[in-house]
Design a protein around this ligand. Sequence first.
Ligand code: DLL
Length: 434
Amino acid sequence: MNTYWNKPAETMEREEMSSLQAGRLKEIVTRLYRQQPFYRSKMQEQGLLPEDIVTLEDIKKLPFITKQDMRDNYPYGLFAAPMSEIVRVHASSGTTGRPTVVGYTKRDIGIWSEVAARSLVAAGLSKQSCIQIAYGYGLFTGGLGIHYGAELLGASVIPISSGKTSRQIMLMRDFGTTALACTPSYALYIAETMREMGIDPRETKLRTGIFGAEPWTERMRQAIETQLGIKAMDIYGLSEIMGPGVAIECSVQSGLHISEDHFYPEIINPVTGEVLPDGEKGELVLTTLTKEGMPMIRYRTRDLSVLHHEKCACGRTLVRMSKVLGRSDDMLIIRGVNVFPSQVENVLLGIGNTSPHYQLIVERKGNLDQLTVLVEMTEEMFTDEVRGLEELETKIKGELSSVLSVSATVRLVGPKTIERSEGKAQRVIDKREL
Ligand code: DLL
């Protein structure tokens, strides 16, 4: 039986959804034009008035917003509600520059909790679930975002936050955790620590993982599912738009359903900005249709994905985005060739007897870029197969150069030498930028 948190919204007919979206878009654009100086001047630069936005198609007339706009208006310049109405502020640190700051009104927090609850239900959780939230609590949206959704759902919440891994595992076993919410890289770290502690995950009550906040491949999913003996579900979100719960996988696992009554998606060509049809890969652009504290019109996420509008076998009509296929700004250009960390992850996990811990290091020697891929060996290889290591290095190097079309130095490193992450993993060290 299919279960929904909000059946009318999740199974709405396309025509009705489009008209709801168009109405909400018009409303928010009008409000921003009247009340928000940044958006008014952006629209004036294009010679646009709120009356120009009537249908959903008209969204294409509106300019894009980027992370740079947020930085330029740090901290509160994009807020559209007075501070007296803002009940929560989150921020993402980012790797460079000022953090990006977001603000929520009480109603925003209510809607966020609603879409997070929808997500947990779509991923198979219920009131009976005991969910251990090992996303960081704090300025990062992961912890509190899932927390409010899980409480609204009525699940039992263990708000442990990230870190203290052996304690996580002890409580997971003792408290009867059935679902774990954390980054996929932290899930693997937890699996590894469980092995070291001699705890078999299959003997615990853990059945489901709610994993997101960083890119992960299908192969990484398989590795997690095998090691933890669970079903690993993909959850997507970003603080600029809301936080976790913008989109979620259902049991069919053929893409992530976007709560499009609140977040309107488009896919664009990242170079030309042209809107692409269903089925074509490009950059995901999102518009918030109901947010008050900090609405976002056509925010360029930099996340690469594909949209599909056909109804899903789960019964939901909500548009699906493919698993995030990388980020347009994670793309490394090495000797002129585009390289994505996910391609490396795929090759490594495809080879089988390496661990899913890896790091890409890019340096410039003279005028030439050099890519080194550090690949961590498993304990077994380290002890049993030392003789075969050179062979393995050559094999990885060969496969990488055929997939990436650029040669890489491969260095096998000892078990546990690549730093583990309790949040988002750092896959790339680009020394050319330093
Ligand atoms: O990562 C929100 C979140 C928390 C999502 C917990 C899911 C679970 P930010 O820190 O603002 O917010 O980072 C947003 O993380 O633009 C993507 O590049 C990446 N990201 C988030 N979820 C996924 C996912 C949170 N499921 C940025 N797959 C986004 C791939 C993801 N990348």
